[in-house]
Design a protein around this ligand. Structure first.
Ligand code: 13P
Length: 249
């Protein structure tokens, strides 16, 4: 049985005071979230502070990226060992904003993925198609290509060490959510693609949905058989909404 994971991607939001309020609000309601693990991915500069604020509450911690190298002359990047020093269990990799705004290729995303796995950090591996790609009927090709970049370089077993986040680009930050049926169809496609290589990996890998998931639509999305949680943007910035998503699991 796959456990549900609700992870908040704070993106480039927050301040020293707002993150204190946010973590304290989440901690206050955490006991009511019984069927999901909860995690937060703050901006890098706040990881240390959030690690302190989380304490032993059980809230998981992740970064929003991870370098494909161990250390050295890589200005602006975050080494896996640094993330581990601050208890980051997860690293978001291949988010569509990194791919589209900062030019991260499938190849680079796969290299970051490899370094995360090698370092014991779980990739929150983001994939998803644009509206144009969906409308031109190449959605499955795009998602396959993104996954194959990892499988071709690291093998199917590497996928068993990550959490996949299917985030249709057209649903991110737009208020337009994929319908439960649309999301389930892609999640089932991903799982069947993996099953062709390894039934075991396909059965165990968590596949989260991301894209305008909120307190109102989470229950229906999370009740789909192949949706194992959510990667939440905007709604993760308000404790009540983030907790409500966790409680609807
Ligand atoms: P929103 O929930 O704001 O649409 O963002 C989703 C996302 O990009 C999470 O990584």
């Amino acid at each position: 049985m796959r456990r549900t994971l609700i992870a908040g991607n704070w993106k480039m939001n927050g301040s020293l005071s707002s993150i204190e309020e946010l973590i304290s609000g989440i901690k206050d309601g955490l006991a009511e979230v019984t069927n999901a693990d909860m995690a937060v991915c703050p901006p890098a500069i706040y990881i240390s502070k959030v690690n302190d604020l989380i304490g032993d509450s059980g809230i998981g911690l992740g970064s929003q990226n991870i370098c494909d190298q161990e250390s050295g002359a890589f200005t602006g990047e975050l080494a896996p060992s640094m993330l581990k020093e601050f208890n980051c269990s997860y690293a978001i990799i291949g988010h569509s904003e990194r791919r589209s705004l900062y030019g991260e290729s499938d190849e680079l995303v796969a290299k970051r993925f490899a370094m995360a796995v090698q370092s014991g950090v779980i990739p929150l591996f983001c994939i998803g198609e644009t509206l144009e790609e969906r409308e031109s009927g190449i959605m499955e090709d795009v998602v396959s290509r993104q996954i194959d970049a990892v499988i071709d370089t690291q093998g199917i077993d590497a996928i068993g060490k990550c959490v996949i986040a299917y985030e249709p680009v057209w649903a991110i930050g737009t208020g337009v959510t994929a319908s439960p049926e649309q999301a389930q169809a892609v999640h089932a496609f991903i799982r069947s693609k993996l099953a062709a290589l390894s039934e075991d990996v396909a059965a165990k890998v968590q596949i989260l949905y991301g894209g305008s998931m909120n307190a109102g639509n989470a229950k229906e999305l999370l009740s789909q058989p192949d949706i194992d949680g959510g990667l939440i943007g905007g709604a993760a910035l308000k404790p009540a909404d983030f907790l409500a998503i966790g409680k609807s699991a």
